[in-house]
Design a protein around this ligand. Sequence first.
Ligand SMILES: O=C(O)CCC(=O)C(=O)O
Length: 274
Amino acid sequence: MTYLNSNQLKQYKEEGYVAPLDVLTKEEALAAKKEIELIEKEMPKEIDKSGRYNVHLISPKLDAIVHNSKILDAVESIIGKNILVCSTTLFIKNPKQEEFVSYHQDAKYIGLEPHNWVTAWVAITDSNNQNGCMKMWPKSHIELKDHNQKFNEGNLLTRGQTIEGVPENEVKSVELKAGQMSLHHPRVVHGSGINKSNHKRIGFVVQSYIGTNVKQTLGKNSVQIARGKDELHHHEVIGRTKSFMSEEGISLRIKENNYLQEIFYKGSDKKGAY
Ligand SMILES: O=C(O)CCC(=O)C(=O)O
C-alpha cells in the first residue's frame, strides 16, 4: 500500500502539490516510453497537438498506468476512495524546441467543480531543470487568479492561458526520475520552461482523477471508474481497452477528444493548436 504519509499529505495541503512519489519501475517507464513512440509512429498526425489526449483509450499499457494501484492509493489519500478518471494528456517536449507551459491554474479552464480532484503527472522520462520540468508556486492554491489568453507560439496550453507576475524566487522545480510522479492541486499555479537537452521529455498526465461528486460544468466528458463506486452518476461511464489500437478504442478516443475540444474552447472565438 502506498497511501500518502502524514508529511506528504501535509505538503500537498500546504503547498498544493506533492513529489516525488515512486510509482513505476524503470522498466515500466521504459515500456511506456516505447509504447508512446510506437503510437507516434503508427499515427503521427492523430496524436500530435489536439490529438495528445486520451492515449490510454487505445493502449492497454498506458491504461494500466492510469489504473496503477500505487497511483490510486496516493490519489485516494487526497480525494477519497471513490475515484473516477476523466482524461489523460501527453505533455511531450521535444529537444531544442521553444515549447513551454505558461504559469496557469488547471481549475480555471478544465470545468471540473467542486475542486475535489487531483492531477497526476507521471514521468515517463526523467524530468529536470535541463529538459523543462514542471515548476510549482507553493501555497498558490488558495484562490483562482486572473489569466490572460495569449495563444502564443510554443505554448503547450490550449489558449496560452497565463498568470502574469508569478514571483520566480518562490517557484520550486519538480524534478522527477522516470517512473516517479507528482500530484498537484486544481488551483496550484504551475508551468514549465523549454527543453534544453538533447532528449525528449515525456509526461503522461492523468488530468484528472476526480471524486464522484465532481461535475463537468463546461461540457461533457465520460469517465472510467478507477476505484470504488460511482453512486452519483454525473458522467457517462466508459470501459477500458483490452487491445492496442482497437477500432473501438480509436473511435472512443476521437469522441472523447471532441468533447475535450468543446470544453477547452467554450466561449472562445479563437482556437489554438491543442
Ligand atoms: O508538462 C508540463 O510541463 C506541464 C503540465 C501541466 O501543466 C499539467 O499537467 O497540468
